[in-house]
Design a protein around this ligand. Structure first.
Ligand SMILES: NC(=O)c1ccc[n+]([C@@H]2O[C@H](COP(=O)([O-])OP(=O)(O)OC[C@H]3O[C@@H](n4cnc5c(N)ncnc54)[C@H](OP(=O)(O)O)[C@@H]3O)[C@@H](O)[C@H]2O)c1
Length: 217
């Protein structure tokens, strides 16, 4: 499948590398389309790996991952273009973190709104599915690295069909079907984005990002 990864940071690199390993084509998107980190990633990932601007990547992908910095995600997705994303699934991994006042970060959008909802409003013809934003990049694509994969992630999105397709893709990443919790429509992203203030404090307390949430009942 042709896929796009918007973002050249640790999340973009982890997702893009996993997609290549699974046999997909990946175009990594950045501001310039000639990004140094993307160039290095391509040289390690063979002919199915390519790069372009955010718009070129969005146009290329049948499914698109948003792995950009939360504070500029809406601006990046405007650049990616409504037309290029129309009718497609956008997997949103971004968090609306504000580091301008130092550590720990605060949330730019909170309580009665979420970045996931703002992205869905910006792209009304795109199926936004928020997921994977509550754990560190390496674990997103190697869930078995903690507790043999016995831990949970969440999905938020308005389209049940899109969430089913994303769940199937996540299972190819190594996630068990019973560890994917569908929370409901995109407004449920308020909950998962607001996990981040807890996540950053757990990271500080434990000194490692290699931990995860497990829901028991
Ligand atoms: N790091 C993690 O383990 C983790 C875990 C869960 C969720 N997340 C979320 O995933 C997202 C990506 O995180 P990350 O750590 O991989 O990378 P990041 O440093 O947060 O973001 C990297 C991307 O943001 C783009 N960017 C930065 N400033 C920009 C600007 N002013 N205008 C346009 N684009 C800009 C960069 O574009 P260029 O390529 O052009 O430089 C780059 O592609 C974030 O929203 C983060 O909160 C991260």
């Amino acid at each position: 499948m042709k896929t796009a990864v918007l973002g050249t940071g640790m999340v973009g690199q982890a997702i893009a590398t996993k997609l290549i390993q699974l046999g997909h084509e990946v175009k990594m998107g950045s501001r310039s389309g000639h990004n140094e980190k993307a160039t290095a990633w391509i040289s390690n990932n063979g002919p199915a790996a390519s790069q372009g601007t955010f718009a070129e990547a969005a146009s290329f992908g049948e499914i698109v991952f948003n792995c950009t910095k939360g504070e500029i995600a809406l601006e990046v997705l405007k650049q990616a273009g409504n037309e290029n994303l129309k009718g497609k699934i956008l997997i949103d991994i971004s968090n609306p973190l504000d580091f301008s006042k130092g550590m720990p970060p605060t949330l730019l959008i909170v309580n009665d709104n979420s970045l996931g909802e703002e992205i869905q409003k910006l792209l009304p013809d795109t199926h936004v599915v928020k997921t994977l934003n509550t754990l560190t990049a390496n674990l997103m694509v190697n869930p078995q690295l903690v507790n043999n994969g016995d831990h949970d992630i969440f999905l938020s999105g308005n389209s049940t069909e899109a969430k089913e397709k994303v769940s199937a893709l996540l299972q190819t990443f190594g996630w068990g079907a019973d560890h994917l919790i569908d929370l409901g429509d995109i407004s449920t992203a308020r909950g998962t984005e607001q996990i981040l203030p807890v996540w950053v404090r757990l990271y500080a307390a434990m000194g490692t990002p290699m931990f995860q949430f497990k829901i028991v009942k």
